[in-house]
Design a protein around this ligand. Structure first.
Ligand SMILES: Nc1nc2c(ncn2[C@@H]2O[C@H](COP(=O)(O)OP(=O)(O)OP(=O)(O)O)[C@@H](O)[C@H]2O)c(=O)[nH]1
Length: 368
C-alpha cells in the first residue's frame, strides 16, 4: 500500500470507495457468467474513480475486444484492436497499469482512435492471472492524474475480476462436463431400453414370419381372453395348419417351404382384424385369438377365400392350402386358453382328415 493511503485526510473518501469495492468483490464472487462480471466491473470502476467513462476489455487472441462500456459518450463498445495498437494491449502485455494524464502527448496512444472521443486522461489496469485476460479502462474528459488510492482500488478490482473470470471458466467447464455426461447417460439409457425392447420382441416373435411365437401368443391372447371374460363376451380361437409342407420341402427345397409358411402367415394376418392376436406356434401351425366373435363357418370361409385369392394372384410353384379349426371361447375363465387351443387343434385335425378323404376320393384339393 502506498504512503498516501495512510494519510488521515484521505480516509473518509477512501472508506466509502472501499465499501463499494468490497460489495463489488462479493458480487463478483457470486457471478456465474462473464456478462455479469462485465456489468459489475464497468459500473464499479467508474463509480470508484468518479471517471467519465469505463470500459471492459477482453483479450481475444492477439486482439483487444472492447466488450462493454459505461461512459458519458460512446467509446469503442464492440470494437477490436490489435494488442500492439492500443493501450489496453500495452498494459496486458506488460502486466502493468498505465496512467496517462494527457493522451495527446503520449506516443503509446493511437491518436486516430482517440481523437473523436471525449477522452483526455486515462488509466488502464490489466486483468491477469497467469495470462493476460483483459483490462479495465478508465477515462476522464478533463486532465486527471489518478491517485495511488484510486490505482490501488482499481487494481484490487482487477484482481477480483481475474478470480471471478477463472471461477466462471471452471463453472462453465463443470457445467459442460455435467451436460455431456448427462447426455451420454440419456443416450445409454435410451440404447439400453431399445436393446431390451429388441430382446423382448425377439423372445415373443417368430423370426421367419414376424408373427408372434407360442410364448408371445399366450402372453397377449391371455390378456384379451381375461378382458373378454370380464366383459362376459365370447371370443374365438382359430387353429390353422398348412397342408403338404413336407411335400413342398421335399419337392422344391426348404426355401420354398419357408416361403409357404411366410405366405400362410401373411394370408391369415390379412384376413383377420388388426386387434386379433396371430401367431405361428409350430413348424406349420398358426393360431389366432379374436375378441370379435363370429360363426366358426364364416371365419373358416373367409380364410379359405383368402387362400384361394392368394393362389390365383400369386405364381408360386406350390398352391397354398390350410386346414382350419375354430372354437368359440365362452367367457368362462375356468377353461384355460391352452385348453381352447387344444380344442381348436382337434377341430383343425378333423377338418384336415375330411380334406384328406376328399382328396383321396378324387376331390380337387391339391396342395402341390
Ligand atoms: N421349410 C420349413 N419346413 C419346416 C419348418 N418347420 C417344420 N417344417 C417341416 O414341415 C413339415 C411338417 O410336416 P407335417 O406335420 O407332416 O405337415 P405337412 O407336410 O404339411 O402335412 P399335413 O399337415 O399332413 O398336410 C416337416 O417336414 C418339417 O420338417 C420350417 O420352418 N421351414
Amino acid at each position: 500500500m502506498s504512503e498516501s493511503l495512510n494519510q488521515p485526510e484521505n480516509q473518509p473518501l477512501f472508506a466509502s470507495e472501499m465499501t463499494r469495492l468490497v460489495a463489488a468483490v462479493q458480487q463478483l464472487s457470486l457471478a456465474r457468467h462473464l456478462n455479469e462480471i462485465v456489468e459489475i466491473v464497468r459500473t464499479v470502476a467508474r463509480e470508484i474513480s468518479k471517471a467519465d467513462g469505463a470500459s471492459f476489455v477482453l483479450r481475444d487472441g492477439n486482439q483487444c475486444y472492447y466488450v462493454d462500456e459505461d461512459a458519458i459518450e460512446p467509446l469503442w463498445k464492440g470494437s477490436r484492436f490489435p494488442m500492439d495498437a492500443c493501450i489496453s494491449g500495452w498494459a496486458m502485455k506488460r502486466g502493468e497499469s498505465v496512467a496517462i494524464e494527457d493522451i495527446t502527448l503520449d506516443p503509446r496512444v493511437p491518436q486516430d482512435i482517440y481523437r473523436r472521443t471525449f477522452v483526455r486522461s486515462l488509466l488502464t489496469i490489466p486483468i491477469r492471472n497467469a495470462d493476460a485476460l483483459g483490462a479495465i479502462g478508465i477515462y476522464w474528459a478533463q486532465a486527471h492524474t489518478p491517485s495511488p488510492e484510486e490505482i490501488f482500488l482499481l487494481e484490487t478490482l482487477a484482481n477480483s475480476t481475474a478470480m471471478a473470470m477463472e471461477n466462471v471458466r471452471i463453472h462453465a467447464e463443470l457445467e459442460e462436463r455435467v451436460k455431456q455426461r448427462t447426455q451420454a447417460l440419456v443416450r445409454e439409457i435410451r440404447e439400453r431400453k431399445k436393446a431390451e425392447e429388441a430382446v423382448r420382441q425377439m423372445a415373443i416373435s417368430d423370426s421367419l414370419t414376424g408373427l408372434l411365437n407360442r410364448r408371445g401368443f399366450f402372453l397377449q391372447a391371455q390378456k384379451q381372453y381375461e378382458l373378454a371374460c370380464r366383459n362376459a363376451s365370447p371370443s374365438i380361437l382359430v387353429f390353422a395348419d398348412l397342408d403338404g409342407l413336407k411335400v413342398v420341402n421335399d419337392t422344391y427345397g426348404h426355401r420354398d417351404g419357408d416361403q409357404m409358411i411366410v405366405d400362410a402367415g401373411a394370408v391369415l394376418k390379412m384376413v383377420l382384424r388388426q386387434s386379433d392376436v396371430v401367431a405361428r406356434v409350430g413348424g406349420d401351425e398358426f393360431v389366432v385369438f379374436s375378441m370379435e366373435c363370429e360363426q366358426p363357418e364364416i371365419v373358416v370361409k373367409r380364410i379359405q377365400d383368402a387362400v384361394e385369392r392368394f393362389n390365383s394372384d400369386n405364381r408360386r410353384r406350390y398352391r397354398l392350402s390350410l386346414s382350419v379349426g375354430v372354437v368359440v371361447c365362452e367367457p368362462d375363465d375356468t377353461v384355460s386358453l391352452e385348453k381352447m387351443v387344444e380344442q381348436a387343434d382337434e377341430a383343425m385335425y378333423r377338418e384336415k382328415q375330411r380334406r384328406r378323404m376328399t382328396r383321396n376320393s378324387g376331390g380337387k384339393l391339391r396342395s402341390v
